[in-house]
Design a protein around this ligand. Structure first.
Ligand SMILES: Nc1ncnc2c1ncn2[C@@H]1O[C@H](COP(=O)(O)OP(=O)(O)O)[C@@H](O)[C@H]1O
Ligand SMILES: [Mg+2]
Length: 300
């Protein structure tokens, strides 16, 4: 009997030792299989497998991030390189067109560096927030103010409708939330053809404020919807990249909303049906009505 029990334990422990050593040497897909050592050892083996699974997933994300990043860097760098060579060989002249290409591509690299910095800080919870009271109306109007000209230029109507949440005071980092709304409006404009409409509205539900940016443009196919918040995800890589997107905007936006104990979600009826992005934010327990806001004046 003792021999039987000990043999089962011994086998499971041996398996654990072997697999631990495999994982240590980078074989992250190695898993322990139960050798009948009893419930406790099975639980231990299960926990070990869970940990190995987590490590494998983190490693896969890291690899994907690095290869995406390399891919993102390659295009602007090789363009700059080509132009520099062309200028050096006298094949290209320094004119407005050359200057535009070089400026655009260096700007893309700079933006990428800034975005990456933000996304890694956000994901590790290292973004610093400067919380101050601000009303929903102020958030919406200041976001709209910086986009009005761009929308008018593209022939897309931009409507701000804070509704009953207009005077609701939030305790948030207005600059960071401005960054979120800025990205949502920029995306909406980019995906709405001339003659379309984008509405930025707000609503109150229970203890939450919801700010939505809704367009009647391109829409998002159902199979793409779960991925739009992933790093470097672009629905149409060539087109979205040409229009200056790095595919990180929504990743950062969601991280900022999450850090405010809120969230960011997307819905769409499908291609051609428009899209709607909603940021939810908790209302502070007190101060639900307007007060002279300290941070507010900076926003106007
Ligand atoms: N309003 C929208 N309508 C349609 N597709 C959208 C909209 N907003 C975002 N998307 C899709 O989500 C992708 C990721 O958005 P984002 O993270 O902001 O990256 P970027 O703007 O740099 O492409 C976009 O490339 C696009 O395919
Ligand atoms: Mg974007």
């Amino acid at each position: 009997m003792t021999w039987w029990v000990t043999r089962g334990m011994q086998r499971t422990l041996d398996a654990l030792t072997t697999v631990a050593s495999e994982v240590l040497h980078g074989h992250l897909s190695a898993r322990v299989t139960s050798a009948g050592g009893g419930a406790e050892l099975d639980t231990l083996a299960g926990a070990f497998n869970l940990m190995a699974g987590q490590l494998e997933q983190t490693e896969a994300t890291r690899r994907r991030l690095l290869s995406d990043l390399a891919h993102e860097l390659r295009t602007p760098i090789s363009t700059i390189q080509l132009y520099c060579e062309g200028l050096g060989d006298g094949v290209l002249q320094w004119d407005l067109a050359t200057e535009r290409v070089l400026t655009e591509n260096t700007a893309r690299l700079a933006r990428l560096a800034g975005d990456l910095d933000d996304v890694s800080r956000a994901e590790e919870g290292r973004l610093v927030f400067d919380l101050a009271p601000v009303t929903v109306g102020e958030l919406i109007h200041s976001a709209v103010a910086s986009h009005e000209d761009g929308f008018a230029h593209e022939g897309v109507q931009l409507i701000a409708d804070p509704g009953p949440a207009h005077d609701t005071v939030l305790e948030v980092d207005a600059n960071r939330l401005g960054q979120v709304l800025d990205n949502l409006l920029r995306n909406a404009q980019r995906h709405t053809p001339p003659g379309g409409t984008v509405v930025i509205s707000a609503g109150l539900t229970g203890d939450e404020v919801r700010i939505s940016v809704t367009d009647d443009g391109d829409g998002i196919p159902a199979q793409h919807l779960p991925h739009v918040f992933e790093r470097f995800y672009r629905g149409d890589p060539a087109r979205d990249r040409d229009r200056g997107g790095s595919g990180i905007g929504l990743t950062i936006s969601r991280a900022i909303a999450d850090a405010h104990r809120g969230g960011l979600t997307a819905t769409s009826g499908g291609p051609g049906q428009g899209a709607s992005f909603t940021m939810s934010l908790p209302q502070p327990p007190r101060r639900r009505t307007r007060r002279p806001a300290k941070g507010a004046s900076q926003l106007r």
